[in-house]
Design a binder for this molecule. Structure first.
Ligand code: PEP
Ligand code: MG
Length: 592
């Protein structure tokens, strides 16, 4: 039966494919397709992993058997029996065999997929005792996965058999492995998302998350259709269901009828044609009709993203979110050399164009590690985040600063500091940058000149620009956080997503004032939040005087098209009217 779930549109486009349900906690298993000739070996890997766990549990059972009856832990004995029974359960092993043989999933993927299928059956059980056995099932699966780690697949890297885009007709008839796959999860952390940069998934859906949550931001950078905040998707969608993602409307259609499939197939092709048309603008300079040259920069998460930035026609990197290099490392942070090499790769990758490296911004919805989520503090978004975290650990911060300064030998590097608000933090930061230079001098190591900028992303910063303009060479407005902190709306919380309004007059006023004050002091001002890549906002930002936009590479050409059609002589007065309006969004809909 066809049904639809509404969520928040995150990354544009249409994806049609089969659902792959994945629990976030199990995302660290590899997902790739095997060759048919490897089926037996993969099934063997699962069998060996399972047998190793069975043996381990039997050994434990035997040692318990040698205890005196009064010392025998009854609960443990019962638990071992349950675990052994589950391990030898036919449904589990037949199911795993099915995913490997019929879908050519690698062993770990097949095992976690079957865990989701069987786990769901447990969820539906009436008997509470039986329902709770799901936790046992999860435990034994983890054990088998761990045992399998010792018996790793010869395929270290996915062989690149990505879900192939098939025609609509194929989609209706096809029941083979070669169809696009749609990832469905309750939640995904930003570092989970990062794993999907090279992934086989054609789109993804989550139950939770806001439009500018970092998970959504990474999804946008992958440029695959995505919907977040689609509540109840993961409980309602079943493994292998056909699913359509409409990333423009924020809608997910499950089990689409042939007519609906045809309609979305048509929309998908229209989208591809539109992209093709935009690609003709690649080499056109971004200049408004009245002759203003506009700088279109890229936001990147990894040094390797520089290639996509160049390919999209970016004239530099306006925001390199360095924190992604710090995530998912189980607390072991990258050392100076590793960071230096990474920044150097980004700088060289941009072939002489400027690269703005932001110092680490972890915390809030970007935990260093998924296992280290900040549940201890009531308001992590207001807690030890970004520069606060860096200043709390000067040795770590100095390591990063030295690495960035050293990378500046290889090209134009700008250093950007997130989340500053107090003059004392600014002075401390500047002192540490000086200290990093002294340390490099003492070691006789080369470093290059950097321009130093501040993110304006807290209302208090936007209201005290004088001190920022005194110390910094440039400003970069982080609208994602500026909106969150101005309106007191958690950007990652889908339940208040309808109130997260980039067009709130207070937000617009802060953005406009920052641009005007910066320019009045001859300091460059850029916007690097999601607002910069939103074509609905391009004319308004141009009207406010913005000349530098930093966004996901995938958005650059669409924004360039808006720039080419804009005449700033008409936009300035109009922008002032929009900002002064009680409801700017209604006025912007009418355009200048
Ligand atoms: C912002 O806050 O707008 C920004 C660009 O930084 P981040 O999204 O990484 O918090
Ligand atoms: Mg921010």
């Amino acid at each position: 039966m066809t049904f639809a779930i509404h969520g928040l549109a995150v990354a544009r486009g249409i994806a049609i494919g089969r659902a792959v349900l994945v629990a976030s906690s199990r995302l660290d298993v590899a997902h790739y397709f095997i060759e048919p000739s490897q089926v037996a070996a993969e099934i063997g890997r699962v069998r060996d992993g399972r047998n190793a766990v069975v043996e381990e549990l039997q050994r434990l059972q035997a040692s318990i058997g040698q205890m005196s009856p009064k010392d025998t832990p009854q609960e443990l004995t019962a638990l071992l029996d349950v675990h052994l029974m589950l391990l030898q359960d036919e449904e589990l092993s037949n199911g795993v065999g099915h995913w490997i043989k019929d879908r050519l999933y690698n062993a770990e993927w097949a095992l976690t997929t079957q865990l989701e299928v069987v786990g769901r059956q447990f969820d539906e059980m009436e008997d509470e005792y039986l329902r709770e056995r799901k936790a046992d099932l999860e435990q034994i699966t983890e054990k088998v996965l761990r045992a399998m780690r010792g018996v790793t697949s010869p395929l270290v890297h996915p062989p690149g058999r990505h879900g192939r885009k098939t025609s609509q007709q194929d989609l209706l008839l096809d029941d083979t492995v070669d169809v696009p796959l749609i990832l469905v999860a309750h939640d995904l952390s930003p570092s989970d998302m990062l794993q999907f940069k090279q992934s086989i998934f054609a789109g993804f859906i989550t139950d939770v998350g806001g439009k500018t949550s970092h998970t959504a931001i990474v999804a946008r950078s992958l440029d695959i259709p995505a919907v977040v905040g689609a509540r109840l998707s993961s409980p309602l969608i079943r493994q292998d269901d056909w699913v359509v993602i409409d990333g423009d409307a924020g809608v997910v259609v499950i089990d689409p009828s042939p007519i609906i499939l045809a309609e979305y197939g048509f929309k998908q092709r229209q989208g591809e044609l539109q992209r093709g048309r935009l690609s003709r603008l690649l080499h056109t300079p971004a200049v408004t009709m009245d002759g203003h040259k506009i700088e279109l920069l890229a936001n990147i998460e990894m040094p390797e993203d520089a290639a996509a930035a160049l390919a999209a026609g970016a004239v530099g990197v306006g925001l390199f979110r360095s924190e992604f290099m710090f995530m998912g490392r189980h607390g072991k942070l990258p050392n100076e050399e590793e960071q230096y090499q990474a920044y150097k790769r980004a700088v060289e990758g941009m072939q002489g164009l400027p690269v703005t490296i932001r110092t680490v911004d972890v915390g809030a919805d970007k935990p260093l590690d998924d296992t280290l989520r900040d549940d201890a503090h009531l308001n992590p978004a207001l807690g030890l985040r970004a520069i606060r975290w860096s200043l709390a650990d000067p040795a770590m911060f100095l390591t990063q600063l030295r690495a960035i300064l050293r990378a500046a030998v290889h090209g134009h590097v700008h250093l950007l500091i997130p989340m500053l608000v107090h003059a004392s933090e600014i002075r401390q930061t500047m002192a540490l940058i000086d200290h990093a230079r002294v340390q490099l001098d003492n070691r006789g190591m080369a470093y290059g000149p950097v321009k130093i900028g501040a993110m304006i992303e807290i209302p208090a910063a936007a209201l005290t620009l004088k001190v920022f303009l005194k110390y910094f060479d440039f400003l970069s407005i982080g609208t994602n956080d500026l909106i969150q902190y101005t309106l007191a709306i958690d950007r990652a919380d889908e339940s208040v997503a309808h109130l997260y309004d980039p067009m709130h007059p207070a937000v617009l006023r802060l953005v406009a004032n920052t641009i005007a004050e910066g320019h009045a002091q001859n300091k460059p001002v850029s916007v690097c939040g999601e607002m910069a890549g939103d074509i609905a906002m391009t004319r308004l930002l141009l009207g406010m005087g913005l000349r530098s936009f930093s966004m996901h590479p995938a958005q650059i050409l669409a924004v360039k098209q808006e720039v080419l059609r804009a005449d700033t002589t008409k936009l300035t007065a109009w922008a002032e009217q929009v900002i002064s309006d009680e409801e700017p969004s209604t006025r912007i809909a009418r355009k200048a």
